[in-house]
Design a protein around this ligand. Structure first.
Ligand code: FES
Length: 144
């Protein structure tokens, strides 16, 4: 295992997971367990045609700054989807939160980069969270 967090582990074509991926899988950030009492400003739900897994993202937006203040999620996806979405939710809300434009532009590559890489065949898992975030932002924009 590399001690360089930004090494592209997916470039080696194997099944290695970075320590950052493992951390976000075993300690996922911002999971929403029970959405009953959670009043989201925008909701996005997507499924992966590659594996049939579902991803839901709930966001809250700071109405003054129009930045994402909370980003919650839940998935039936695999370990890579969990780690990727945990990182996505961290990136969306860190440093005062992303603007709506930044959130819609967040790419799977940027998430994978922050994770220190993902195996090539796990790329589609990182797409789920990013797509659901974009759907949630568009849901917010349509209703506000
Ligand atoms: S294999 Fe389906 S989300 Fe990873």
């Amino acid at each position: 295992m590399s001690d360089q967090p930004n090494q592209k582990l997916h470039d080696v074509g194997g099944w290695l997971y970075s320590d950052i991926v493992k951390d976000h899988f075993f300690n996922p950030r911002n999971i929403l367990i029970d959405e009953e009492g959670y009043e989201a400003h925008g909701i996005g739900v997507v499924g992966s045609p590659a594996c049939g897994d579902m991803m839901a993202v709930w966001i809250k937006v700071d109405l003054d700054t129009q930045k994402i203040s909370e980003c919650k999620w839940r998935t039936f996806g695999c370990a890579s989807a969990i780690a990727s979405t945990s990182m996505m939710s961290t990136m969306a809300t860190e440093n005062g939160g992303m603007t709506l434009v930044q959130a819609k532009r967040l790419s799977p590559e940027a998430i994978i980069d922050r994770l220190g890489g993902l195996p090539d065949r796990k790329y589609h898992c990182s797409v789920l969270g990013h797509q659901a975030l974009r759907e949630a932002v568009m849901d917010y924009e349509e209703t506000n």
